[in-house]
Design a protein around this ligand. Structure first.
Ligand code: JCF
Length: 678
């Protein structure tokens, strides 16, 4: 006998509720999203055919209502409580002692501890398991009816699970927007030139107070329940437990989301260690919190403690240091980073925020300054979250009483006075004096000496740091003036290593053109681009004098890279350094010479093939082997795949060898390679 339609529909709804519960409440989805969607679509199809069977608690009926013109008021039958705050351990200790005094005990009192969410309080009323309304806290006695918006939240059950719940159950909780969802929402707003939300809390509030539920439905809102309001008509089966902790577990069992960080704590010291533990993880949590809530666990004790005004005597919020505070901008400076990135920095009236005193905050870049319209003299919100650099979030509205001048765009590097470039579409401005700028010196020289660049053996990053710090070199060209006596003054540099380094510098004096171009450290000019430039222009002089039009004709070089090249090469400071390098005896190997080699080896078996190199080769370094292969037109990549033609394996070849063997890639050694190359 076929299953009656009504039964089919009910069974689908039950499945969908169950899977939503797994996903939203237990955080443990048990079917793929696509499978959920299929079930959902089956239900939609059946309900379309049989509209008389649609009920308001069907999972398909979350976004049904039309936009409102205003929210109705809802009177809370039991007031929605707020919490008293403490800001330090002493005040927390006083709270705990007051509990002991009032309860006439010197024993420890069992408390619950939970993160205090930074969102909006909500009251959900269920009758016979069906969501009847959702109301905001408002003033605690009267809130707004936001039912049609809350219904769109997939984590809010429209019908409770099971049958074992009180007839009337009011649940109180906090609606919030997880950080990831907030960031995504703001990214979209920025893209569409719409106003961004200042923080997840404002975004949650704005989303919940939409008159059109279709908009709320698209906002990533979440809920954690933290207590109950009216509980009535309970049969013995639907009775709530006698401790706060167990009640929350019951709520979870009804299908309501409850934060899984909630713990039982048995002393004021345990409170503190919970507090410290969560504070440490604050930035890693998926949602913003502003402290910890402790509550007396026993409902009987809660009742005997009662409350004052709107705040219970049996609970307290232990607040974290604020992550946002107000300060005033005294000045704006520009800092040059080690890669030439120029960052505007606001000098502030010192302010205590995020647990430390802050007197500088980043303004990120010029675009952000314009977007936020930040000016010297403004009152601004400073944010310091965790270990992140403090930033200026926004100007305090209406705080500007006198007209203030706009912050000027920077045209020259504050450190070396080279021109500042800003590529269309990029946010950061950069100093173009890469080879010369003191702020970029160490970085530029490290890159110059690195393996894929000039490959100067024995000149690692720490040696470069020392040489630069002690003022022994200012540019890469100065490397070639170094003497053994100077080098031995460095840490951990004996006579032998000093001599070796001088020798390595000598050896590096005949770089291939591609290597030399790469070594200059021009933005976005990597190995491949450098090689293409060398192939195209053949001599350094030709590269140096190439026009923008000639440059964008080169393979792999687009308008941005071409612009970086022109900007770099036209800086007089950079030209001077290149001249000094040549004067120091560097002889760049032009491409004609390479070409000659290539012509002799044209028919090589590796031409056009893809190779991976792994392990220690007997005579060549991996870099040298790569260069030889590239010279015959082979491709050398970093990881083995089905597209790999050969694996060149040396000693101690590990996972790459295993993978190549598995994929049936031909494996060769250095001898074979050299023989094949001739
Ligand atoms: O997470 C919260 N913001 C939060 C607020 C948690 C709680 O357990 C609360 C609350 C407000 C009042 N409990 C009460 C009684």
């Amino acid at each position: 006998m076929p299953v009656p339609i009504k039964k089919q529909i009910e069974s689908l709804r039950e499945k969908l509720r169950y899977h939503s519960y797994q996903y939203y409440v237990l955080d443990d989805p048990d079917i793929p999203d696509a499978q959920y969607d299929r079930l959902y679509n089956q239900l939609v199809a059946l309900e379309e055919k049989h509209p008389q069977l649609i009920t308001p608690d069907s999972p398909t009926q979350r976004v049904g209502a039309k936009p409102l013109s205003a929210f109705d008021q809802i009177q809370h039958q039991l007031p929605m409580l707020s919490l008293d705050n403490v800001f330090d351990f002493d005040a927390l200790l006083s709270f705990y002692q007051r509990l002991q005094d009032r309860l006439h005990t010197e024993d420890e009192i069992e408390l619950t501890a939970e993160p205090k969410l930074d969102g909006l309080a909500i009251s959900l009323r269920y009758e016979k398991g069906i969501l009847i309304y959702a109301a905001t806290r408002g003033d605690g006695s009267t809130g707004e009816n936001v039912t049609q918006n809350v219904r769109t939240m997939r984590c809010v059950p429209l019908r409770l699970l099971g049958e074992n719940y009180p007839d009337v159950l009011e649940v109180r909780g906090e609606i919030f927007m997880p950080k990831a969802g907030f960031e995504k929402l703001n990214r979209l707003a920025k893209q569409n030139d719409e106003k961004e939300f200042a923080n997840p809390r404002n975004a949650a509030a704005g989303s919940l107070r939409q008159l059109d539920p279709a908009i709320t439905a698209k906002r990533p809102l979440s809920l954690y329940c933290y207590s109950t309001g009216v509980v009535a008509g309970e049969k013995s089966a639907g009775k709530l437990a006698t401790t706060h902790y167990e009640i929350l577990q019951q709520l979870r069992g009804y299908g309501l989301p409850v934060c899984n960080e909630i713990k039982l704590v048995n002393s004021v010291e345990a409170c503190l260690s919970y507090y410290e533990g969560i504070l440490k993880r604050r930035d890693d949590l998926a949602y913003d919190i502003d402290g910890i809530v402790y509550k007396v666990n026993s409902i009987a004790l809660q009742n005997s403690l009662g409350f004052v005004a709107r705040a219970p005597r049996w609970a307290i919020a232990h607040k974290f240091p604020a992550q946002e505070e107000i300060s005033k901008i005294i000045d704006v400076d520009f800092q040059v980073g080690r890669t030439g990135a120029i960052t505007p920095v606001a000098r502030l009236e010192p302010v205590f925020v995020g647990g430390v005193t802050v007197s500088n905050a980043t303004l990120h870049n010029m675009d952000e300054i314009r977007r936020k319209d930040v000016r010297v003299g403004d009152q601004v919100i400073i944010r310091r979250a965790g270990d992140v650099i403090p930033e200026v979030v926004r100007v305090l509205p209406n705080s500007r009483t006198a007209p203030l001048t706009e912050i000027q765009i920077l045209t020259n590097c504050p450190v070396c006075h080279s021109a500042v470039e800003k590529i269309e579409g990029e946010a950061v401005a950069r100093c173009t004096g890469g080879l010369f700028c003191p702020a970029q010196r160490a970085q530029a020289i490290k890159h110059f000496a690195s393996r894929k660049a000039m490959d100067i053996d024995g000149l690692g990053e720490s040696k470069v740091e020392q040489l630069v710090e002690q003022g022994l070199i200012n540019t890469a060209a100065d490397l070639y003036q170094l003497k053994v006596e100077t080098l031995t003054s460095l840490d951990r540099m004996g006579e032998k290593s000093a001599k070796n380094l001088i020798n390595a510098l000598e050896i590096s004096k005949q770089p291939m053109l591609a290597r030399f171009i790469y070594a200059l450290g021009i933005r976005e000019v990597g190995e491949t681009t450098a090689r293409n430039l060398a192939k195209e222009f053949k001599t350094l002089a030709a590269v140096q004098t190439a026009s923008y039009e000639q440059l964008i004709d080169v393979q792999d070089v687009g308008p941005i890279v071409a612009k970086h090249l022109v900007n770099f090469l036209s800086q007089e400071h950079n030209q001077v350094v290149i001249k000094q390098l040549l004067a120091a005896g560097i002889k760049v190997q032009n491409v004609e010479l390479d070409q000659h080699h290539q012509d002799n080896q044209q028919d090589c078996e590796f031409t056009g093939k893809t190779l991976v190199i792994t392990g220690t080769l007997p005579t060549l370094s991996r870099e040298q082997a790569k260069e030889k292969l590239l010279a015959v037109g082979a491709f050398v990549t970093g990881s083995v795949s089905a597209k790999t033609d050969y694996l060149l394996a040396g000693d101690k070849a590990g996972s790459k060898l295993a993978k190549a063997t598995k994929l049936g890639v031909s494996i060769i050694d250095e001898v074979t390679m050299l023989k094949t190359l001739g």
